[in-house]
Structures are given as structure tokens and as C-alpha cells.
Design a protein around this ligand. Structure first.
Ligand code: AHR
Length: 506
């Protein structure tokens, strides 16, 4: 396929929201236990934080991490995870049919997040709990001292407040699977009152209301409308969640799922703005896309839905440890493009999850940690998408898909970092058979040289299913993009079939 992309220096979308490159750590499967935390592992420090995993997290560069769930949070008592570890109760986690030892809790996560240099996005339980637990957690975390909950934090070893700014008002409460599932009106009122009480403790916090669990939910649209009608003045964001997978070998449709993400985001923006107009609000609520990824949901009879399947209760069972291929990594790249193109309204996004559980980083208990193929688009975009998001005018040859009809074969997003004088182009070729030729016109810019150019594609002798596994950890990685140059002020590049690339232009 052939594509022309025009990026005019005068046409920008918004500043790059750094929180767009967020991730998610849930007490689920092996994300926390044997993921980020494994006392006794040869690479664990004295706190039990795996330093091999920490190094990969820092290399990947997430900016903000949502914690501690997910479905888990809707049955969680945050008090269980603070205080001396030997006194913490062992509980049943109904959401994931697991045993929660509570060895890891809020203080451990704060320490871990500080070392990883990430902001914390803390989710509260609005499934089994409500206003009282919500406001006491804010007091525990953010109040300086001299009160019951803040002094308990100090007694537990943290003199200074954690100063957590970003809070999720529950998780997926529109879903019948959620512990404490609610109607939109029930949730809207509870979220409104929780938000109010939390802001009475700390008025500087930012709040995320729960949106739909996915675009297929029967209540999608009406849920957001009702929830925001109750909460518009109290919250700053409404959440979105989406997971994509290849069905029945239909790779073409799978590679085009960014089209679905674009439409999903546009739909939620419309609903937010309808509530804003009807309520005569002046403030702007935006989007926190706080769960997104590729996830092969295999149905009830597998470990994907352990709470539905009779089996032993285990601590940190293996759950949804998807292995990501070249194809999956290209899709992840295009989903990041969609988020970035909508960066004026999607101000936070969290890839779900960080380690082992549908994650870009894998680790084995007592063993190694490695990067999945999907690590690479995230790592490069988190590092290089800086400054301003640029508007793109993209004219591309099409590929045919069963699900979306004709879609652009070439998909892209771009940023301009005035400070560093660098334009970054992120670009995918969705064609499974043909190389892509891209011509980049840059009115208002002077393209002097190519600062860097890398591509993720099927390596020689491999196929599109190739993935990084424990005994072949670097099978899929970024390699130099060979055919790229500047001719008559235009950047010309050739993309292999099924590839994702990043080019930085000086
Ligand atoms: O990320 C895995 C799960 O997916 C989360 O716990 C839940 O919120 C979503 O359904």
C-alpha cells in the first residue's frame, strides 16, 4: 500500500498528556505476587521488590499506574493491606477465586511506585463499600497528621502523606460479574456522594467515574449519561475499558480494531458533551481510558474465568498470562495511535496490566523476567511522544476487513517536541502481504535528518505468530528501519508488511 501523510506545523491537537502512557497493577494472578513482588527471589531487594522486573518497568516507562484493581478492588478492604505484615488477615478474593495474603498493600505499593518513578492512581471499593471507606482512605493517604487515619499511617511508618492525586471511583460497576454490581442510578448517586466526601478531606484530588466496561455492554451510552448526570460537577474523568483479540484467524479485522477504539472514544466524548450542555456546565470532563489491551478471552471453561470454574483456592494462580505475537504488538501500536490522536480528550490511559497478567512484561517465579513483543510500541511511544500532538492528514490505500469494511492500510500518529526539535512519527502497516510506502509532507518544518528509525516486524524465517518466550526472549524486538530518507523535503519510508515503526526527524 501507498500512503501520504501531511503534518503541518500550525495544526496541533493538544499537548501530549504524559498520563496517556499509564499501566495497571491489580492484585490478580501473578501481577503483584511473583510479578513486581517476590521476597526470596534472587533479584529481589530487602523489601521483596524484584529488581529485574523493576529494570524492565523503568525501561518501558509507564507514567502512572492504576492500583489495586480491577475486579479485585470491588471486594477489597484497604485496611487489610496496612500495618505489620504478620497481623494482616488472609482473605478470599471472590473476583479471581484466589487467596489474598495481604503481604503487599498500600505502603508497599507507594514505596514500589516511588522507586519506579510513577504516579499512583488509586481505585476505591464502591462494590461492597462506600462513602466511609472512601473518605477514610483519602485521609489515611493524604492528610498530614493529627487525626485518626493520618496518625495510623504515620504509626505504620509513613510520616509524610502519600499525596495521591488521582482516584478511581470503583471499577466496572455496570458489569453483572462485578461484586456489588449496580444500576447506573445507584452507582451515580454513590459515586457522587463518595466524591463529595473524598474532596471534603482533600479538595486537590482528581476523580474518575466508572464508564462502561466495554462498548458492547447493553447499557453503553445510557450508563455514561446517567452516571455523569449525577456526578458531572464532582468528577474530572469518566473511564473507558476495551480489550481486543483476533477471532477465527481474521487477522485483517483484528489489525483494524483501532477503528473500533476511535469510534468508541468519539461516542463517549459525545455523551460527556451532551450531559455538559444539558446541565449547563462550564467545566470539561475528559476520558480516562484506564484499561485497554489485547486479551485472548477464551471463555468460561478456562483459567480466564476461574471464579466460574470449580477449583482449588490458590495464592497468585496463573491467570490470563497471554503471550503476545508480532501481530498483537502491531495492534497494540495502533491502539496507542488512537489514544494519542484523541489526546485532547483522552487525558489518561492505562494498559492492562503491567506484569504477567495480559502484560508487556513476563516473569517466572524464582526465574527470569523478559519483554513481550507488545513491550516495544509502548516503550518507544512513552519515551518519544512529547510536546504537541500533531493533526495528521492521512491518505492511504485501503485493506478489506470483514468487521470494518475498507480501512486505511497505513495508520499513524505524530508528535512535535519543540524543545528537543524533534518530530516523532509512529506508523503501522496493516497489510499482511505487502510492504507499505509512506511519503511524509511537512509544511512549516524543515526536515534535516533522520534522528532514529526502528521497526517491529516479522523477522526472517519467522511468521506473524512469533512471540518472545522464556527460552527465546528476544525473538521479536525493534530493529533498524532500513529504507528511510529525506528527498526534496519529504520523508520517504518503506514499511515491511505487518509492521509498526517509529521515526524521529530532526
Ligand atoms: O484487567 C483484567 C480485568 O479486566 C480487570 O480486573 C477488570 O476490571 C476487567 O474486566
Amino acid at each position: 500500500p501507498y500512503a501520504t501523510i501531511t503534518i503541518d506545523r500550525d495544526f496541533t491537537v493538544a499537548d501530549v498528556p504524559r498520563r496517556l502512557f499509564g499501566s495497571f497493577v491489580e492484585h490478580m494472578g501473578r501481577c503483584v505476587y511473583t510479578g513486581i513482588y517476590e521476597p526470596g527471589h534472587p533479584r529481589a531487594d530487602e523489601r521483596g521488590f524484584r529488581q529485574d522486573v523493576m529494570e524492565l518497568v523503568k525501561e518501558m516507562g509507564p507514567t502512572v499506574i492504576r492500583y489495586p484493581g480491577g475486579n479485585f478492588v470491588s471486594g477489597y478492604r484497604w485496611e487489610d493491606g496496612v500495618g505489620p505484615q504478620e497481623d494482616r488477615p488472609v482473605r478470599i478474593d471472590g473476583a479471581w477465586h484466589s487467596i489474598e495474603t495481604n503481604a503487599f498493600g498500600l505502603h508497599e505499593f507507594v514505596d514500589w511506585a516511588r522507586e519506579a518513578e510513577v504516579e499512583i492512581m488509586e481505585a476505591i471499593n464502591l462494590g461492597t463499600r462506600g462513602v466511609e471507606a472512601a473518605r477514610s482512605l483519602v485521609e489515611y493517604a493524604n492528610h498530614p497528621g493529627g487525626t485518626y487515619w493520618s496518625d495510623l499511617r504515620r504509626k505504620n511508618g509513613a510520616e509524610d502523606p502519600f499525596d495521591i492525586k488521582l482516584w478511581c471511583l470503583g471499577n466496572e460497576l455496570d458489569g453483572p460479574w462485578q461484586i456489588g454490581h449496580k444500576t447506573a442510578a445507584e452507582y451515580g448517586r454513590l459515586a457522587q456522594e463518595s466524591a463529595k466526601a473524598m474532596k471534603l478531606v482533600d479538595p486537590t484530588i482528581e476523580l474518575v467515574a466508572v464508564g462502561s466496561s466495554n462498548r458492547q455492554m447493553p447499557t453503553f451510552g445510557s450508563w455514561e449519561h446517567t452516571v455523569l448526570t449525577h456526578t458531572y460537577e464532582e468528577v474530572d474523568y469518566v473511564s473507558m475499558h476495551a480489550y481486543y483479540q483476533e477471532h477465527d484467524g481474521d487477522a485483517a479485522s483484528f489489525l483494524a480494531e483501532g477503528v473500533d477504539m476511535d469510534a468508541f472514544i468519539d461516542g463517549v466524548i459525545s455523551t460527556i458533551d451532551a450531559v455538559k450542555a444539558a446541565g449547563k456546565h462550564t467545566k470539561q470532563v475528559n476520558i480516562s481510558f484506564d484499561e485497554w489491551n489485547v486479551w485472548y478471552q477464551r471463555g468460561l471453561e478456562t483459567e480466564d474465568q476461574p471464579h466460574q470454574v470449580a477449583r482449588d483456592w490458590k495464592t497468585h494462580p496463573r491467570l490470563i498470562e497471554d503471550t503476545y505475537s508480532v501481530t498483537d504488538a502491531v495492534v497494540v501500536g495502533t491502539l496507542l495511535h488512537s489514544l494519542l490522536r484523541h489526546g485532547d480528550r483522552v487525558r489518561i490511559a492505562n494498559q492492562a496490566q503491567l506484569v504477567n497478567v495480559i502484560a508487556p512484561i513476563r516473569s517466572e517465579e524464582g526465574g527470569p523476567a523478559w519483554r513481550q513483543a507488545s513491550f516495544w510500541p509502548f516503550a518507544r511511544m512513552a519515551a518519544l511522544a512529547r510536546g504537541q500532538i500533531m493533526q495528521l492528514s492521512l491518505v492511504s490505500d485501503q485493506v478489506s476487513t470483514k468487521k470494518f469494511g475498507e480501512v486505511d492500510a497505513v495508520d499513524a500518529a505524530a508528535t512535535w517536541d519543540e524543545e528537543r526539535g524533534k518530530l516523532a512519527l509512529f506508523v503501522a502497516n496493516r497489510s499482511l502481504e505487502e510492504d507499505g510506502e509512506v511519503s511524509l509532507k511537512l509544511p512549516g518544518f524543515t526536515a534535516r535528518s533522520i534522528a532514529s528509525a526502528e521497526v517491529l516486524c516479522v523477522p526472517e524465517g519467522g511468521d506473524r505468530h512469533l512471540a518472545n518466550v522464556e527460552d527465546n526472549q528476544d525473538a521479536v524486538t525493534l530493529v533498524p528501519l532500513q529504507e528511510v530518507g529525506i528527498q526534496d523535503g519529504r520523508v520517504q519510508l518503506k514499511l515491511p508488511a505487518l509492521s509498526w515503526a517509529v521515526v524521529e526527524i530532526d
